[in-house]
Design a protein. Structure first.
Length: 328
């Protein structure tokens, strides 16, 4: 039997965050603490901002870090720096390594890794200058920050229909996000998110489908960044998550799960992850591969877990169980 580790629940809070963000952070940390209490773990909550000095009193041979720290010093996309510091200090922690986190924030490198593994993903190109917009002709297209992650920077304007709109979006991404733009065809089709757990022989949970049937405008048939976090936004409530899905097509479900596991492995993800896909005809296309995905009660991960009869505490314990193997 695995010994039950002592847990450091590591998370970040920026003093400049609005009250709503601090309340959201406190809510998810309370959920985690409740799950750890329920399962009898000895744990400490450690809040950080610009350094990991809060870990100084803890012996990495005795404590496992539940890593929910996503940035340092208020700088976005520094989750890899947190992981690198945990690695330097010798801590075992939940979720992916610094190398996997760095890779996940380079959308073109992710696509290259997927193609090398023989996995289906849409053609794409990176653009730095609005004057290059005439070089792209696959419309409608979706334009994302090339070195962003998840839905960050994604709003209705991300879908473009012609070179003029595309040029404006390249300029927006450069000015608002300080980034190059990655363009790929926009698939107005079914969207599935597949959660994967484990190391060595990972296991996919049943796919969760994002149902956009409430939206008449194609610009709204995607999960925008605002809808992910703003409970006052219409889309936050209008997008429905269906799990397991597809319930009536076991072959497609098997294919989705197979691709998800292979993408997870190709990216070097540890403990838990999520693979997002849309359909191109009968074949899924990988849109994004997410290490350390959200474990929020409204997330696709929890929807899939519930479809398997797993509670929130079950999910937490399963992730810890995968990570603790690295302490042995």
């Amino acid at each position: 039997m695995k010994r039950k580790p002592k847990i450091i629940a590591l998370y970040n809070e920026n003093p400049d965050w609005p009250a709503s963000d601090k309340e959201s952070s406190a809510r998810v940390m309370n959920l985690l603490a409740t799950a750890l209490d329920e399962r009898g773990y000895d744990y400490r909550l450690v809040k950080i901002f610009d350094s990991l000095s809060g870990l100084d009193p803890f012996d990495p041979r005795e404590w496992l870090v539940w890593n929910w720290a996503e940035e340092l010093g208020g700088q976005p996309w520094t989750d890899a720096a947190v992981a690198a510091e945990l690695e330097r200090r010798g801590f075992v922690f939940t979720g992916s390594s610094s190398a996997a986190l760095i890779l996940s924030c380079d959308r073109m490198k992710v696509k290259q890794r997927l193609r090398e593994a023989g996995l289906p993903t849409l053609p794409a190109r990176v653009f730095a200058d609005p004057l290059q917009a005439e070089q792209w002709d696959a419309f409608p297209a979706i334009v994302k920050g090339a070195h962003q992650h998840g839905s960050f920077g994604i709003d209705s304007g991300a879908i473009v229909y012609n070179a003029e709109q595309f040029a404006r979006r390249i300029a927006f991404v450069r000015e608002a996000l300080g980034d190059e733009s990655l363009a790929e065809p926009f698939l107005d089709s079914r969207e599935f998110h597949v959660t994967v757990f484990g190391n060595g022989s990972p296991e996919a949970l049943p796919p969760t489908e994002y149902d956009y049937s409430a939206f008449a405008d194609m610009h709204d048939r995607m999960f925008k960044f605002q809808w992910k976090f703003d409970e006052t936004a219409w889309g936050y409530h209008a997008v429905k998550l269906i799990s397991p899905s597809p319930a009536d097509d076991p072959q497609l479900r098997e294919r989705l799960e197979q691709i998800a596991v292979q993408a997870y492995q190709a990216m070097g993800i540890a403990d838990y992850g999520r693979v997002d896909m849309r359909m191109l005809g009968d074949e899924p296309q990988v849109l994004d591969v997410n290490p350390n995905p959200d474990i929020d009660p409204i997330s696709a991960l929890i929807a899939s877990a519930k479809a398997c009869g797993m509670s929130y505490a079950d999910v937490v314990e399963r992730i810890i169980g995968h990570a603790v193997d690295r302490m042995m």
